[in-house]
Design a protein around this ligand. Structure first.
Ligand code: GLN
Ligand code: ZN
Length: 764
C-alpha cells in the first residue's frame, strides 16, 4: 500500500481569513484571544481538508512565517527583541514587522522602536521569509511549545500527525551573519537543540518527523555538504523517523549525499526532478522510504493522472510499502480552493486544481496504485477528458501566435544602430539638461482613485465617468510634475491596479481568479493572473492614456509598459510549453504596444523588468539559459523602435552585479535601479564591468515615508559620478511612488530637482 502525505497546507484561509484577522489585531480592533481562536479554527479546517491523507502536516500553520517560527523554536531571537515583557506572540510580530529603523526613535516610548527583520524570497518562490540572524555569539535554546500545542490539538482531532520543521543545515544556509562570522561554525551549538527537539517529539509518541532541507537542490560547496553529514549523524540517535524533504529543484550531484544521510526516508520533487528519480533509486539504501512529489505544488494546473500513473506504477511495484506520494512541495504556494471561483468560465475552471483539488488528485493516484486504475475509472476518465479539452481548445491554441514566434529572427531584437550612434540623435530630439530628472512611473494611488476603480468594477460607475476620474488624475500628475520642474514626465499610472494585472486583463490568453490568493509575506497576499493560452494583443493598451498625458505638456511624456519577463514571473504560467515560449509570445504582444506608442509620437518608452532577477534558477549552472531567453524577450519587445526613440528599463533591486553583462545586453538606452538604500553600493560592480549606456541610480528610498534632503541626494549622485561619466547619469527615485502620499512626494521630488540643479552647477 502506498502512503499519502502532504508537506504543508496554505494557511491564509480560503477567504484570506488569516490576513483579515491579523490586520484587525494589529489595528487594535480585535484581541489576542480572537486571533488565537482564529488560528485554531483555520488549523481545524485545514486538517479536515487533509483527513483522507495517511499523514498530515502539523506545525506548518504560521501566524506570519514558518522560518520565523523556527527561529522562535530554536530560541534564536535578534538581540533587539530579547527580554520583551509582553505576550510571546506580540514579540513575534515585533520581529516580523518591527518598526522601520528610521522611525525607531519616534516609537522609543511604545514598541521600543524595533527594526523589522529582513525579508527575502524563499528559494525561487514569491514567498518571503524573515531571515534568521546570526553572530558568532548566537546561542540556541529550545522552545517546543508551539509545536507541542499544535501536536496536542491535532491529536485531539484525530489527525495522523507528522510534525514539520526546517532542518538545521537549511536553517543556517538561509540565514545571515550579522558580524561577518561563519554561520556554519554555529552548527555545533545548534545540533544539540535539534536533538532535544527530536527527543521531545519522540517522547510525545511522534513516529515521523518531516525535516525540510531544500538547500539540497542548490549547489553546495564541500563545507556545506560536510555539514549535512555532521548534522544527520548527530541526529540519528533519535527514536524518531526522519523524512528528509527536498523540493523546488534537482538533487543532481547532491543525490548521493541525500540518499546516504542516516534518515528513514527521503522526499524528492518528482515534478522538477523526474529524471533524477530512477538514478536516485539505485543509490537509495533498501530500507528507506522514498516519497515522491508527484502533484505540482507550485502551479494551478490539473495533474495528468494517467501519465503520472504510467510513470509511477513500475516504481510502486519496485518500492512496495516504501513508496509514499505527496505534492511536490508545501501547498503554501497555491490558492486554497477552486470551488470558491464563481466567475472563471467553465472551460478554464475544468483545467485547474488548487490546494484542495490537488489533495483529491493525490487520493485518486493512491487509490489507483492500491486498488488498480479500474477502482477510480471515473475520476481518471474525467481527468483525461479535461486535459484533452485543454489541449485541443482554440482558446489555448492560436496558430497565428505560434507562427509569429516561429518566425522570430535575430534582427527583431536589434536596434538600428548601436547606443553610441543613437544617443546623439535622442539628445537632439529630447533637448534634456545634464542629470535629467524623471520618476519611475506611478504617482500616489489616492483613495479617490481606488474608490473610482472599485465602483467601476462593481458597475456603479460607467466607463465615461471612470475615464473622467482617471483623466483628472493624469492631469493632476502632469501639472505637479511641471510645477516641480521634472524633465521627463510620466502620466502616473492612475488607471493601473497592478503592473501585471493591468496588462494581463487586456491580453488574450489570460484569465483571472477571484480568490486565487497566495501568501507573499505575513498578511500580504497576491493573486497572480493565469496565463493559460497563446498570448495576443487585440487592441492597444496604454496608447490613449499616454497620448492624453502628452497633450497636456510640451515636456517629453514617457510611455510606461511592463516587460515580458516580469509579466511571466508574476503569473501562474501554463505548463504545456516551456516558459521561454510563453515569454516570447508576451514579448511580441508588448512589442506591438511599443511600436504603437512610438507611432503615436511618444519619444521615451520605459519597459519595466522589475522581476527579471527573481526568475533566476536555483542553480547557477542554469542561469545562462534563463538569462539568454529573458534578455532575448526584452530585446524583441524594445528594440523595434527608431534610433531617436529612447528606451528605458527599470529594475527594483540593486544586486545585479552577477548579471550585469546580461542587463547590459538588453541594450536599453537608460536603466533606472534601486540604489539609495544600499548607498550606491551597486556601483561597485562598475569597477569590473561598466554599464555602457545611461543609468539612473535611485536617490529617493520610496519604501520609507522619510523625505530625503537635497544634500543627501547630491552626495549619492556624486558617489555615482565617480563610477559613471556624469553625462550618462539620470536623477530619479528608486521605484514607483504609488504607495506614497502626495504630501511626501512633493517635497521629496522638490529636493530631487534641486539636487539635479546643484549637480549641473557643480559638475558642469
Ligand atoms: N512603473 C512601475 C511604477 O512606477 C514600476 C513598479 C515596480 O518597479 N515595481 O509603479
Ligand atoms: Zn521598481
Amino acid at each position: 500500500m502506498v502512503t499519502t502525505h502532504n508537506l504543508g497546507f496554505p494557511r491564509i484561509g480560503a477567504r484570506r481569513e488569516l490576513k483579515l484577522g491579523l490586520e484587525s489585531y494589529w489595528k487594535g480592533q480585535s484581541t489576542l484571544a480572537d486571533l488565537t481562536t482564529l488560528g485554531a479554527a483555520l488549523r481545524r479546517q485545514h486538517w479536515a481538508d487533509q483527513a483522507a491523507l495517511d499523514l498530515a502536516p502539523v506545525g506548518d500553520f504560521s501566524f506570519y512565517d514558518q522560518v520565523l517560527d523556527m527561529s522562535f523554536t530554536l530560541g534564536n531571537l535578534p538581540e533587539r527583541v530579547q527580554g520583551f515583557q509582553g505576550e510571546a506572540l506580540d514579540n513575534y510580530f515585533r520581529v516580523a514587522r518591527g518598526r522601520s529603523a528610521q522611525t525607531a526613535e519616534a516609537h522609543a516610548g511604545c514598541c521600543g522602536g524595533v527594526a523589522a527583520g529582513e525579508m527575502t524570497k524563499w528559494f525561487d518562490t514569491n514567498y518571503h521569509y524573515i531571515v534568521p540572524e546570526f553572530t558568532s555569539a548566537t546561542e540556541f535554546k529550545l522552545d517546543a511549545s508551539r509545536l507541542l500545542e499544535q501536536l496536542a490539538e491535532a491529536r485531539s482531532q484525530g489527525v495522523k500527525a507528522k510534525p514539520v520543521i526546517i532542518g538545521p543545515v537549511t536553517y543556517l544556509a538561509i540565514g545571515k551573519s550579522k558580524d561577518g562570522s561563519d554561520r556554519l561554525a554555529l552548527l555545533e551549538r545548534l545540533l544539540p537543540v535539534y536533538a532535544q527537539l527530536l527527543d521531545t517529539l519522540a517522547a510525545q509518541g511522534v513516529e515521523w518527523l518531516q525535516i525540510d532541507e531544500p538547500i539540497l537542490v542548490t549547489e553546495l560547496d564541500a563545507d556545506w555538504q560536510h555539514a549535512f553529514n555532521t548534522a544527520y549523524h548527530h541526529l540519528k540517535v533519535s527514536k524518531l523517523k526522519l523524512l528528509l524533504a527536498t523540493y523546488f529543484g534537482q538533487l543532481q550531484e547532491n543525490a548521493y549525499l541525500a540518499a546516504h544521510l542516516p534518515v528513514a526516508g527521503l522526499h524528492v520533487d518528482a515534478i522538477n526532478d523526474r529524471e533524477g528519480v530512477r538514478p536516485l533509486l539505485n543509490l537509495l539504501p533498501a530500507h528507506k522510504v522514498l516519497s515522491l512529489g508527484v502533484v505540482n505544488g507550485r502551479n494551478i494546473w490539473k495533474t495528468d493522472l494517467n501519465a503520472t500513473l504510467d510513470w509511477l506504477e513500475p516504481l510502486a511495484r519496485q518500492l512496495g510499502q516504501r513508496l509514499w506520494i505527496a505534492p511536490s512541495c508545501s501547498l503554501l504556494h497555491v490558492p486554497v480552493d477552486l470551488a470558491s471561483e464563481q466567475k472563471l468560465d467553465a472551460d478554464i475552471l475544468s483545467w485547474l486544481a488548487f490546494a484542495r483539488q490537488k489533495l483529491a488528485e493525490l487520493q485518486v493516484l493512491a487509490q489507483a496504485l492500491n486498488g488498480g486504475r479500474d477502482s477510480v475509472r471515473e475520476a481518471l476518465a474525467a481527468n483525461q477528458a479535461a486535459l484533452a479539452a485543454r489541449r485541443a481548445s482554440p482558446r489555448v491554441n492560436n496558430p497565428a501566435v505560434k507562427l509569429a514566434v516561429a518566425r522570430i529572427t535575430e534582427d527583431l531584437g536589434r536596434r538600428e544602430s548601436p547606443y553610441g550612434q543613437r544617443a546623439p540623435k535622442q539628445a537632439a530630439l529630447l533637448q534634456l539638461p545634464r542629470f535629467p530628472t524623471t520618476t519611475i512611473g506611478s504617482f500616489p494611488q489616492t483613495a479617490e482613485i481606488r474608490q473610482a476603480r472599485s465602483e467601476f468594477k462593481a458597475g456603479r460607475l460607467d466607463l465615461p465617468a471612470y475615464q473622467a476620474v482617471m483623466r483628472a488624475e493624469i492631469e493632476r500628475a502632469v501639472r505637479e510634475q511641471e510645477a516641480l520642474g521634472l524633465d521627463v514626465l510620466v502620466h502616473g499610472e492612475a488607471e493601473r491596479n497592478d503592473m501585471v494585472e493591468y496588462f494581463g486583463e487586456q491580453l488574450e490568453g489570460y484569465a483571472f481568479s477571484q480568490f486565487g490568493w497566495v501568501q507573499s509575506y505575513g498578511s500580504r497576499c497576491v493573486k497572480p493572473p493565469i496565463l493559460f493560452g497563446d498570448i495576443s494583443r487585440p487592441h492597444t493598451m496604454t496608447v490613449e492614456w499616454t497620448r492624453y498625458a502628452q497633450s497636456l505638456t510640451d515636456k517629453p511624456m514617457k510611455g510606461m509598459l511592463t516587460g515580458p519577463v516580469t509579466i511571466l514571473n508574476w503569473s501562474f504560467v501554463r505548463d504545456d510549453q516551456p516558459r521561454s515560449a510563453s515569454c516570447l509570445q508576451l514579448a511580441l504582444a508588448i512589442r506591438q504596444e511599443v511600436l504603437d506608442l512610438e507611432q503615436a509620437g511618444v519619444r521615451v518608452i520605459q519597459i519595466d523588468e522589475a522581476a527579471l532577477r527573481e526568475g533566476l534558477p536555483l542553480r547557477r549552472a542554469q542561469w545562462q539559459s534563463y538569462l539568454s531567453w529573458a534578455v532575448q524577450s526584452f530585446r524583441i519587445t524594445a528594440n523595434g523602435v527608431r534610433d531617436e526613440t529612447q528606451i528605458h528599463t527599470h529594475m527594483c533591486y540593486s544586486e545585479f552585479n552577477d548579471i550585469m553583462a546580461s542587463i547590459a545586453d538588453m541594450d536599453a538606452d537608460v536603466i533606472t535601479i534601486e540604489t539609495s538604500r544600499s548607498d550606491m553600493e551597486l556601483l561597485d560592480a562598475f569597477d569590473h564591468f561598466s554599464y555602457p549606456n545611461e543609468i539612473g541610480p535611485g536617490v529617493y528610498d520610496i519604501h520609507s515615508p522619510n523625505i530625503p534632503t537635497e544634500q543627501h541626494m547630491v552626495a549619492l549622485m556624486k558617489k555615482a559620478a565617480e563610477r559613471v561619466p556624469a553625462e550618462r547619469l539620470w536623477v530619479n527615485p528608486d521605484c514607483g511612488l504609488k504607495t506614497r502620499q502626495w504630501p511626501e512626494v512633493i517635497p521629496a521630488l522638490t529636493h530631487m530637482v534641486a539636487a539635479a540643479k546643484t549637480l549641473r552647477a557643480e559638475l558642469a
